[in-house]
Design a protein around this ligand. Structure first.
Ligand code: ADP
Ligand code: NI
Length: 199
């Protein structure tokens, strides 16, 4: 039996959006509220195209996927996400599902492991899509600037991670989008090579 009504769920999602704006205040670059909102948008688009009807845990997983990121927060066991969901009356079973989604999303923690639920697959794809294409290029240089990395080492990141992502997508919908974003990055890298003779 579900504890939340549809209206409760709508309200919880609205509260989660406000919560991420608040918690990422002052952060720029890779992990900010805008990244989270794009991941949420990607996740909803994928869920719709994959004909997934119940999107509540996908929505919460996307919105909360970075609120316990170790690079920004010193929490254990997804404490920020858990506190938010508990305070908002999310069903205990859903809290566990969302935490599992969050744990399975990260590239670094799950390099060779596939997510174990369709919900986690959708959110992982949604997060990875935001590392690709024009937005992926913009985020890479933004991250590089923030960490005072050279242009050359940012370019290395394309080869070490970004160009591998298109073959790691879970859903057919994300595979198609990733393919387009991948060729856009290849086009960019080719032009950069052409202009600079290699970095
Ligand atoms: P996630 O934890 O969601 O997988 P990351 O924290 O690894 O994401 O990366 C956030 C953003 O910064 C991404 O767009 C990623 O491509 C970029 N980024 C991460 N590591 C590097 C790096 N070493 N050099 C340049 N950009 C990076
Ligand atoms: Ni993310």
């Amino acid at each position: 039996m579900r504890v939340e009504t549809d209206m409760d769920r709508q309200k919880i999602i609205e509260n989660a959006k406000a919560y991420v704006v608040e918690i990422f205040k002052g952060n720029s670059g890779g992990h900010d509220a805008e990244h989270t909102m794009r991941v949420y948008g990607n996740a909803m688009m994928i869920a719709r195209k994959e004909n997934i009807e119940d999107t509540f845990t996908i929505a919460l997983g996307a919105l909360l996927h970075d609120v316990d990121d170790y690079k920004l927060f010193n929490t254990v066991n997804n404490q920020n996400a858990r506190d938010f969901m508990t305070e908002n009356g999310v069903d205990g079973k859903d809290i566990e599902i969302v935490c599992q989604i969050i744990n399975e999303v990260s590239f670094s923690k799950n390099k060779d492991r596939r997510p174990t639920s369709i919900e986690a697959m959708v959110v992982q794809d949604a997060d990875r899509l935001d590392a690709l294409g024009a937005i992926g290029i913009a985020r890479t240089f933004s991250f590089g600037g923030e960490h005072r990395r050279s242009l050359g080492s940012n370019i290395a990141h394309f080869h070490e991670k970004l160009l591998l992502l298109k073959d790691l997508m879970n859903t057919e919908t994300a595979k198609a989008v990733a393919k387009e974003r991948h060729s856009y990055m290849e086009f960019f890298l080719k032009e950069l090579e052409h202009e600079t003779g290699g970095m």
